[in-house]
Design a protein around this ligand. Structure first.
Ligand SMILES: Cc1cc2nc3c(=O)[nH]c(=O)nc-3n(C[C@H](O)[C@H](O)[C@H](O)COP(=O)(O)OP(=O)(O)OC[C@H]3O[C@@H](n4cnc5c(N)ncnc54)[C@H](O)[C@@H]3O)c2cc1C
Length: 469
């Protein structure tokens, strides 16, 4: 049956679109971190929505599992096939055209395979801002960003990916094309079905096009790196900065001195702008449409007050774009530095923001009772209550440590998160990584409703099996 299926697939879409040689498929079988590896019988790289539709219709008829693939930067193994050799990987990478940009309605419509960074640059050239921004933006695709409801560094001001989506075009598992690619701001005609596709991690259909909301360009930016003695101090600093800067506050990122150690050890050309080290750092960005001097004065004023009120220990304000970028690198290179350091356990969590300091203390206490000498790397989008609470092997341990401790540590961290009323996945999704914990921590009623929705969209269960549900 599989062979019949494969030859029909090739007949339908052609050799250019369907690749079946093991050597061609091999590079598509693992995730960015190299943690997951699966199997597949074919890689399909369509050029049009109609080809996606033809592919899904045939897969559905043959009950062949389909794994949608964006830029493969997801950190939960969502775009990696499972161990079944029946899988078809469907990559959107060749569907990468900007369909339109409207600078009156402030919208951008694009194919789902467009790289996020390219869309940000296209918006910039049209004197607009696409505010979705993350360290993986030059590899991740907008379809993947929407399928994971990505967050990133500007959520504080503009919200998650969901808040930027006006419309979606998607292909359902039976091949039907969901034509929801509208740019209307207002449309109260029944259930908002696109919301189900946003964050569905490829389990309901394949997103082929997106209509996004653009914002005014932020021509002036200013950044300060503030050294803090504790997460509690960072919290007080956030209170002050938000009160003083309001909507100009574009990012409020946090990282500990241990994260800085990693970056300094593994990344070339980075430098701390302080004479001495501190327990943690906060990177604050302000941005505005105009008036650089006023923005700089505002930032210097608020940081001056923070130093006076002892809400930070030291501060370095960027005086040029090069300095601004150098400060950002200290934060943005943490994930890459961790990858170089070796296997580690990622916990992308969110918490009621005012409880972050308490959580950090109590989680570490609990963690140390079971894995005393593990290394903790805590960083993230502090202003959104989102921490990347990452745990690495003790320096003397084998690289297999992460694999051996994965479940015990995840159970411990997520139990602690739950006790604070937090979420076990802030922005990375569930994928394969958090499936077990998701079922343990999510309200059973909500899981049941999700399973029913999945059946409506995908009665044969072909979409991304083994992920999320
Ligand atoms: C260095 C680094 C930094 C990161 N920083 C952040 C961050 O700040 N914030 C954040 O939210 N994430 C971050 N991530 C995670 C990742 O970049 C995001 O999850 C991103 O949105 C994934 O997009 P992608 O195109 O790479 O998707 P993939 O990894 O290819 O896929 C992710 C999931 O979406 C599904 N999918 C992909 N494309 C489609 C489609 N067209 N239709 C339907 N389903 C699809 C896949 O099946 C899979 O389940 C980071 C990752 C790295 C490596």
């Amino acid at each position: 049956m599989t062979n019949t299926f494969l030859s029909q697939l090739v007949d339908l879409l052609g050799n250019d679109v369907v690749q079946t040689e093991a050597a061609e498929i091999e590079p598509w079988l693992s995730d960015w971190r190299g943690v997951y590896k699966g199997q597949a019988q074919a890689l399909v790289r369509p050029l049009t929505t109609q080809q996606v539709s033809d592919c899904l219709r045939l897969c559905n008829e043959h009950k062949v599992p389909v794994v949608p693939r964006g830029g493969n930067t997801g950190l939960c193994g969502g775009a990696t096939p499972d161990g079944s050799s029946a899988n078809v990987i469907l990559s959107l990478d060749r569907m990468n055209t900007v369909r339109s940009i409207d600078t009156i309605a402030n919208t951008l419509v694009a194919d789902a395979g467009c790289i996020l960074g390219n869309l940000r640059r296209a918006a910039h050239e049209a004197d607009r801002l696409l505010p979705l921004s993350l360290a993986a933006e030059d590899s991740s695709q907008i379809g993947g960003n929407i399928a994971t409801n990505a967050g990133g560094v500007n959520v504080l001001r503009y919200g998650m990916a969901r808040e930027l989506v006006l419309g979606i075009e998607a292909v359902l598992p039976n091949g039907d094309i969901y034509n929801g690619l509208q740019t209307l701001r207002k449309d109260n005609t029944g259930y908002d079905l696109k919301q189900l596709l946003i964050g569905s991690e490829g389990t309901l259909g394949v997103i082929t096009g997106v209509a996004l909301r653009l914002h005014a360009p932020m021509h002036v930016r200013s950044v300060v790196l503030a050294a803090v003695d504790s997460p509690k101090q960072a919290l007080e600093l956030l209170r002050l900065v938000f009160g003083a800067c309001g909507p100009r506050l574009q990012a409020f990122e946090f990282f500990t001195d241990e994260c800085l150690d990693l970056v300094l050890a593994h990344v070339d050309g980075v430098q701390l702008p302080f004479d001495q080290r501190h327990p943690a750092y906060v990177l604050i960005e302000l941005a505005d449409t105009a008036n650089e001097e006023a923005l700089q004065t505002l930032l210097e004023d608020v940081i001056g007050r923070a130093l006076e009120q002892e809400l930070c220990q030291d501060a370095a304000v960027s005086a040029s774009m090069a300095q601004l970028q150098a400060l950002w690198r200290l934060r943005e290179e943490i994930s890459e530095a961790q990858r170089s350091d070796g296997p580690h356990l990622k916990h992308d969590i969110s918490l009621p923001i005012e409880r972050i300091p308490e959580f950090i203390d109590s989680a570490e206490l609990r963690l140390r009772t079971v894995a005393n000498d593990c290394r903790l790397f805590i960083f993230g989008h502090f202003g959104d209550g989102n921490l990347h609470y990452n745990v690495s092997r003790p320096l003397h341990a084998e690289k297999t440590w992460a694999h051996e401790w994965e479940e015990r540590i995840a159970d411990l961290v997520f139990a602690e998160v739950a006790s604070y009323g937090g979420s076990i996945s802030a922005e990375h999704g569930i994928g394969q990584l958090k499936r077990r914990s998701f079922h343990e921590h999510k309200d059973p009623l909500q899981i049941r409703l999700m399973e029913q929705i999945k059946k409506v969209f995908d009665p044969n269960g072909i979409m991304n099996p083994g992920k999320l549900l």
